[in-house]
Each structure stands twice: as C-alpha cells, then as structure tokens.
Design a binder for this molecule. Structure first.
Ligand code: DGT
Ligand code: CA
Ligand code: CA
Ligand code: ZN
Length: 570
C-alpha cells in the first residue's frame, strides 16, 4: 500500500504551506491526506482505474501530484516548497509541540527565524507570554531544541540500511570484497553517513559507484576515497584499500572512535602499533596482522569483538578475559510479540499477518491490538475482543504458527488498566503501555507504571519510555525503579523495534538485563512489511549485550508459555 506514503507527503505539503502563511490550501491538503489514509483500498487501484478524483477532497491539482508520485516516485512541487522555505523555520516547526502554525506565529510576532532565535526567546521567557502558548513552557521548548540538535543531520536506520544495501549490490560485481563499516555496521540507532570499504580496481569501483542511480552529487573523488550525496541529503563515503590491509581498514573505519582509541592504547601497551594499514610489531616494524579483523584482535590476545559492542563500554576487557556475550541474532527469534491487525489501527488482516509470519519462519506471533480507551487507534472493547477471537480461531485452522490472543492495554493516568481484569485474565498475552499523559514528573510517572505492574496482569511493558527519535522526548521516568519493579513482578520490558522508537535503547536494555529483567523484542507492526523491523530491535539487543536467555521471544513456544504462566502463578 502506498496510501500512507502519499498521505505523509500531502501532510508535509500542508505543513510547509502553513509555515509560509498561505491561506486555505493547507486545509485542502490535510483533508485529502486524511481521506487517503483511511481508504481501505490501495491508492494504486484508484490510479489504475483512473478513479483518483473519486476520493473525497482530491481535485485536479492533488490528483496530478498523486500521479506524479506514483509514476516517478518524486514530487517536484515538494522540492520547490522546500527550496523556497527557509531551513531555519522548518527546524522551528519540528520542535515538539510547535508545528507549522505556531512556528509561523513565532516568526510573525517575535521574529524567530531558526532554532538559535527560538532558544534566545525561550531563555528570555518571551514565548509563554504569546497568546496560545500558555502551556508550552520555555523549559519544554529548550529540551525539544536539544533533542532536534542531537539528531540534526542524522538519519534513521530504516532509511539507511536498505539504501546502503542497494548501493553495495550495485557495486558488488565490480569489487573483490565490499563491506559496510562505520555506525551502520555497529547498528547505532541513528546514522550520520554511510561508510563502505572495498578492495579491487579503484577506478572501476569508483566509476561504478558514481553511476549508482541514487547518487545526486559527487562531493569529492580521490585516489582512495569518494564521497557522494544520495537522495534525501544522505552522504556516503566509499574507500578502496589493498587486500592486505582490508581487515585493518575495516576495523579502523568501523569505529567507534572511542573503541579505536582504547584498542590502539592496548596495542601500544602490548608492544604493537595499530593503524588502518595493519598491526605492526613496535620494535621490528614488521606487519603481524592486517588482512582480517579476526587476526588483529587475536594477535593482541583477545577474541574478535562484534561491531555492535565496539563503544568502549567494557568490551575490550571482556574480550581479553574471554567473557564476551554470545549475542542474540535475528535467526534466534522465534516470533513477534507486538503487532496490530485491521481490528485496530493495523493495515492488514490477521490472516495476512500470519502468512507473513510463516514466510519468516516464526513459531508464534501475538496479535496485540489497542484497547478501547485509545479511540484514535480504533481500540477494541471486550465485545470486539470476543468477535476477534472467532477470527483467531478461524485463522488458527490454517496455519502452524501459534497465534497468541493479545492486547496492548492502555495504562491510564492513575495506573489502572483500560480493560476489566477478568477480560485481561482471559488473554494469552497482555502488553501494557503509556499512550497519554506524558507530561508528568518522574516520580508520578514512575508510580503510575509501577501501579500498573502491581495488577499482575501485564506480561510485557511496551515501548517503556515513549520516545520517538527526533520527534518526541522520552517521558520523565526513574528507570532504575521501573527495572526493579519489572524484575519483582516478572514483567518483561520491550525493545520496540520500530526504527523511530527503538525503545528501550541499548543502554537501558543493558541495565535491565544486568538487573535480571527479561526483554521482549517486538516490531509493533501496523502492516506486514513492518515485521521486517525485527532486525533493528535485534541490533539494539546486541548493542545491549543480550543473549538468547535474556530475550523471551527467542524461546520456543513451550518456553515462552512457561515464562508467561510462571509469571501468572508467581
Ligand atoms: P556516524 O557516521 O556519525 O553515524 O558515525 P561513524 O562512527 O560512522 O563515524 P564516521 O563516519 O565519522 O567515521 C567512520 C569511522 O571511522 C569511525 O567510527 C571511526 C573512524 N574514524 C573516523 N575519523 C576518526 C578519527 O578522527 N579518529 C579515529 N580514531 N577514528 C576515526
Ligand atoms: Ca558513518
Ligand atoms: Ca563517514
Ligand atoms: Zn503502543
């Protein structure tokens, strides 16, 4: 379905027009976007049948734009809007809780043109005095600016991984060896640029790279390194090295910088010198390793360190002492414990989700539609759940995948749950989550969640901090207390694998594991293609040093049941 993609672009147009102070048009785009989003049928079908104008709110002008998007994958009008809108104002619009209307107002009334200007006005306390800004405290705005600055110029995993893979596929036949390195190979949560390392004929490789269809500009082409700008302003660096140095270069350009600094120091302490060409004996200057990464680590007396651990968070000592974790892999994953069907706000039927789970070789999935209180996500009542159960029974007849009858129940403001306990007791699996009242202080928010845990009804606490990368800050929370309450009540904490969430992050997940909490990696899929987000969640889990026993959805069905039942009886 392309509906969501097209709708998102129409919303984007509406925002930019609003920001420019254009009247009426933004509402037309918003209306069309909303109607397209709620279509049951794929927009491509309307296009094929020449019926786009049958959609409410879609007139000739919007129809033309949809056609252009479908036929070319691009939209010139959007590029033009971006070109003519000052970049600083767009940044201001993206600050949480501000948006296009308020950004425009800040520009008109206070002359705010960029984040720096916004920060200045916030620090002077001039914003809360503006009409309509009462509850948007300066403190919150300042935090939002900080969050935006932290992700500025950085990209989410799901934009970068497919693009990097496509690029490697494209160049592969022209190179002897080719690998990604940098933050992408370490599965960092956000990525600054793509780094690729290859061996082979430099000219041939660079020529191939420059011909990659998504290259928009060649920024620099040198003997050993070429930098290009790809679609979406993404930058990629490709380096070609001699095969005798490939391992050393791979090690160096994988980073992180902090890991490399520590490793080089260890090399010196052990009588070596390490750089991107190889590992050398300090006295004889003789090269002792360089062709493979493994040999570099092993020559220095340690096991090869998986890239996800290379952050100078204790991995070098662990490698020296032979106690590196046996990290969880995507192949270990036996099922997915968070997804939504078209019973709530998912785009696919349960049947379709199950087929996709079969394709992935899963043993089980949990269908976890939203509960009644979450009306914007079409949450389910007890009655709906009963009806949904009939469909589950039906789908179960035609599959070997075990379907867990689940729910993502809303944790209300006071920590009570949004469904009767006797309904929840009947479910195979219950995820609890916070979807509103984010703005509590840390101790109130923590008590609210602990209260929910103490009902004994929650199996998994979903997206524990509520953050959305570059969009929404985590709510204030005492993570230590949440983790120990999770251990006490046997509640598993989720690593939400949706690339905008990645929540818990790797630091919190590691802390949880060390405290003895169990983790569930769930995609929170709202459509079949999202089941593929699992790899991003596994990336976080690996960065958190997790092994199979820490992650409940690496267990076989019986093991998972034992965990869930043990929890209920415990
Ligand atoms: P990113 O792109 O910001 O997400 O993060 P990285 O880690 O990919 O950083 P990037 O692309 O600047 O450089 C790739 C790797 O190259 C980095 O992880 C370590 C290595 N590297 C680059 N510059 C330096 C440096 O000045 N010192 C050291 N030790 N290593 C460097
Ligand atoms: Ca990079
Ligand atoms: Ca780079
Ligand atoms: Zn949720």
């Amino acid at each position: 379905m392309i509906n969501k993609k097209v709708a998102d672009i129409l919303y984007e147009i509406a925002d930019l027009l609003e920001l420019q102070g254009v009247a009426f048009k933004p509402r037309a785009y918003t209306r069309a976007a909303r109607n397209i989003e709620s279509l049951k049928e794929d927009l491509a079908e309307y296009y094929d049948g020449d019926r786009l104008q049958d959609i409410e709110g879609v007139g000739k002008a919007i129809e033309d734009k949809i056609i252009e998007m479908i036929e070319t994958g691009k939209l010139e009008y959007l590029d033009k809007l971006y070109e003519e809108t000052p970049k600083g104002l767009i940044d201001v619009m993206r600050v949480p809780d501000i948006g296009p209307k308020k950004a425009r107002k800040l520009y008109d009334e206070l002359g705010v043109e960029d984040l720096e200007g916004l920060r200045e006005k916030a620090e002077k306390g001039e914003i809360s005095k503006l009409k309509g800004f009462g509850d948007r405290t300066e403190e919150k705005i300042l935090r939002g600016i900080g969050m935006l600055e932290a992700v500025s110029g950085r990209h989410l995993m799901h934009e970068m991984i497919p693009l990097a893979h496509e690029m490697i596929q494209y160049v592969r036949d022209h190179a002897d060896r080719i690998e990604t390195c940098g933050s992408l190979r370490r599965w960092q949560e956000t990525i600054g640029d793509i780094d690729i390392l290859a061996t082979g004929d430099t000219e041939v490789i660079m020529d191939a790279l420059v011909g990659f269809p998504h290259v928009e500009e060649v920024l620099a082409r040198g003997e050993t390194k070429t930098s290009v700008r790809l679609i979406g302003g993404i930058q990629a660096d490709i380096r070609v090295v001699d095969s005798e140095s490939f391992g050393a270069a791979l090690q160096y350009f994988t980073g992180s910088k902090e890991h490399n600094v520590r490793l080089r120091q260890h090399a010196i302490d052990s009588g070596y010198k390490l750089n991107e060409y190889g590992l050398f004996d300090k006295d004889s200057q003789e090269k002792v390793a360089g062709e493979t990464e493994e040999a570099i680590y092993e020559t220095m007396g340690m096991a090869w360190i998986p890239p996800e651990l290379r952050e100078d968070h204790g991995e070098i000592d662990a490698a020296l002492e032979g106690r590196l974790p046996d990290l969880v892999t995507t192949d270990d994953i036996k099922g997915d414990l968070q997804m939504h069907s078209d019973w709530s706000d998912g785009r696919n039927t349960m049947e379709e989700m199950v087929r996709e789970a079969e394709n992935r070789g899963y043993e089980y999935i949990a269908i976890t539609d939203h509960s009644q209180g979450l009306t914007i996500a079409n949450g389910l009542t007890a009655n709906d759940l009963e009806e949904r159960m009939e469909e589950i029974e039906h789908v179960r007849q035609n599959t070997d995948v075990r379907i867990l009858n689940g729910i993502e129940v809303d944790i209300k403001k006071d920590g009570s749950l949004d469904m009767d306990s006797h309904v929840l007791e009947e479910m195979d699996i219950v995820l609890g989550a916070v979807h509103s009242n984010f703005a509590m202080d840390a101790s109130t928010q923590t008590s609210r969640i602990k209260e929910a845990f103490s009902t004994g009804l929650i199996d998994i606490f979903a997206h524990p901090t509520g953050r959305k990368i570059g969009e929404r800050e985590p709510y204030a929370l005492n993570m230590n207390e949440i983790i120990s309450a999770a251990v006490d009540h046997g509640v598993a904490l989720e690593i939400n694998a949706s690339p905008v969430r990645l929540d818990l992050d790797s630091l919190d997940a590691r802390q949880a594991m060390e405290a003895g909490a169990k983790i569930s990696i769930g995609t929170d899929a709202h459509g079949i293609q999202h089941l593929d987000f699992m790899k991003y969640g596994v990336g976080v889990a690996r960065r958190a040093w997790l092994e199979c026993e820490d992650v409940i959805n690496t267990y076989h069905y019986e093991g998972l049941m034992k965990f869930l039942e043990g929890r209920k009886n415990g």
